[in-house]
Structures are given as structure tokens and as C-alpha cells.
Design a protein around this ligand. Structure first.
Ligand code: HEC
Ligand code: HEC
Length: 225
């Protein structure tokens, strides 16, 4: 019994060392990621301290890229590392444009830079995105009805239906959105969009969809893989 207790204690020590090394590496990565973000001038196009104070469409049009101040509440970490190494167009059209096609020329990062910048971006969160509300990846019929029939989200957002690309081109694509977006972010954006994007082109659904519809739509979108 004594031997077992000692073994158990030793296992705890080893485990906590492994854990703190993990935490330490994440912290160091985040600091390096932040300096890479600064030295590569990512901040010339992306806002990292929120909230966004835009008041008019003119303010919005001055921005050259989407806000990242809530990146840690919005993206799935694995997707973010992959995208930074090998970016593919998310918006079919250029950012802030409804007529010019997205040229897909976003800068790339190396494996190490992408890992570090991801550690940094995942620390940027918004208090308006509450964690643990939406169960990501779980099928949701009610959400499908909201998305396809009740509101026609696909009028602006594209997605894959029966293996074919379907839907509008004026908004971020939802093809593979389940790999990219956290359900809790989608719900928060539907519920209180202005807390995240104060000037926006998307209609406001609060008052049109009820709370359950919003959670259901958010969950449904996280099944797109
Ligand atoms: C010249 C402006 C510009 C610079 C510099 C820039 N980006 Fe971007 N970034 C954009 C645009 C525009 C998009 C939208 C791309 C799309 O929709 O396909 C984008 C998208 C992103 C996204 C996805 C955001 C979302 O909401 O969809 C991330 C993450 C990102 N950039 C990180 C970075 C990092 C890290 C750097 C620095 C290494 C950087 N960007 C430099 C313009 C820029
Ligand atoms: C009239 C076009 C339009 C319709 C309809 C629409 N959206 Fe959007 N949506 C947008 C645009 C444009 C954006 C980009 C941000 C902005 O300007 O609001 C966006 C952004 C989003 C985002 C953030 C995506 C990202 O990657 O940044 C989510 C989530 C979203 N919409 C969900 C929905 C849902 C759910 C519905 C249906 C209930 C819907 N949208 C209907 C135009 C639309």
C-alpha cells in the first residue's frame, strides 16, 4: 500500500510537471505570437483591442480586414493554425466589397509562427460570448429549418448541400464552418451582433428569431464540415 501511495504521489508530480510545461509553452508561444503579429504588421489591417467603436459605414470601409479582438471566442484553434499557414478565401468577395472577387492573396505564416500567433489570438476573447451554451457538431433539425426556410441565411452565406456549393456570395462562406467557428460565437453574434460588429450589413435577428431558434441555427452551422 505504501509503495502504491508513493507511486501515486510520483505520478502526480510528473503529471503536474508535464502540465506546467504545457502551460509555460503556451504562454511563451503567446508572447512570441504577439511580437510576430506586431513585426509582420498584421495590426495595420486587424483590430486586436476591442470593442470596435465604428459608428458609420465610412468608419467600417476604412478597415482593411476583419476584427480579431474576439478571435479566441470565434475560431476553433486547430482551424486557425491551419489557416494561418495556408490561407484560403473565407469571404467569396474582397473584404468590404460586394462586387470584387476575393483574390485569395492573404499572407502566409511558417509552422512555428502560425502556432505562436494562434496561441496569442486565442487569448483575445469577448465577454459577450458566453462559453458552453451551444453543443458543437450535434445535428439540429430546428436549426436547419431556421437556416433554410424561416430566415434563408443561405441567401448571403454559401454552404455545401448534397455535395454541391449552394447559396449567396455576399457574406463569409459557411462551407466547413463547423471546423472554423465556435457555436457559442455564432449564437452570441445572432443574439447581440452590435457588441461584436457595431456596423454591419447582416440583418439583426433579435426580435425576429427567438432564443431557441438562434441556439438551434448556431448548432446547425457547426455541423458543416
Ligand atoms: C493588408 C491587410 C491585411 C494584413 C496585413 C493581414 N491581414 Fe489578415 N485578413 C485580411 C483580410 C482582408 C481578411 C479576410 C480574408 C477572407 O475573408 O478570405 C483577413 C483574414 C484574417 C483572418 C480570419 C479572420 C476572419 O474573421 O475571417 C485571420 C485570423 C487573419 N487574417 C490573421 C492575420 C495575421 C496573423 C496577419 C499577420 C501575419 C494578417 N492577418 C495580416 C487582411 C489582412
Ligand atoms: C443579407 C445578407 C445576410 C443574411 C440573410 C444573413 N447574413 Fe450572416 N452575415 C452577413 C454579412 C455581410 C456578414 C459579415 C459581417 C457583417 O457585416 O455583419 C455576416 C456574418 C455572419 C456571421 C459571422 C461569420 C464570420 O465568419 O465572421 C455569422 C455566424 C452569421 N452571419 C450567421 C447568419 C445566420 C445564422 C443567418 C440567418 C439567420 C444569417 N447570417 C443571415 C450577411 C447576411
Amino acid at each position: 500500500m505504501k509503495g502504491f501511495t508513493r507511486l501515486f504521489a510520483a505520478a502526480i508530480v510528473v503529471l503536474s510537471m508535464v502540465f506546467s510545461v504545457g502551460v509555460y509553452q503556451a504562454k511563451a508561444g503567446s508572447a512570441e505570437g504577439k511580437s510576430a503579429f506586431t513585426s509582420k504588421n498584421c495590426g495595420s489591417c486587424h483590430l486586436t483591442t476591442g470593442p470596435n467603436t465604428d459608428k458609420t459605414f465610412e468608419d467600417k470601409l476604412k478597415r482593411k480586414g476583419p476584427d480579431l479582438w474576439f478571435a479566441g471566442s470565434k475560431f476553433k484553434k486547430d482551424w486557425l493554425v491551419g489557416w494561418l499557414k495556408s490561407p484560403k478565401p473565407i469571404r467569396p468577395m474582397e473584404y468590404n466589397s460586394i462586387e470584387k472577387k476575393n483574390a485569395g492573396n492573404h499572407g502566409k505564416l511558417s509552422d512555428k509562427e502560425a502556432a505562436d500567433v494562434t496561441e496569442y489570438l486565442m487569448t483575445l476573447t469577448s465577454k459577450d460570448v458566453v462559453k458552453g451554451v451551444v453543443e458543437d457538431g450535434k445535428p439540429n433539425i430546428q436549426g436547419k429549418i431556421v437556416f433554410e426556410k424561416k430566415q434563408g441565411c443561405y441567401g448571403c452565406h454559401s454552404y455545401t448541400k448534397a455535395g454541391k456549393l449552394f447559396g449567396g456570395m455576399s457574406a463569409p462562406s459557411f462551407v466547413d464552418a463547423g471546423k472554423r467557428l465556435q457555436g457559442d460565437f455564432i449564437y452570441a453574434y445572432l443574439k447581440n451582433p452590435k457588441a461584436l460588429i457595431p456596423v454591419k450589413r447582416m440583418p439583426t435577428y433579435d426580435g425576429i428569431l427567438n432564443d431557441n431558434d438562434m441556439k438551434a441555427a448556431a448548432q446547425y452551422i457547426t455541423t458543416f464540415k
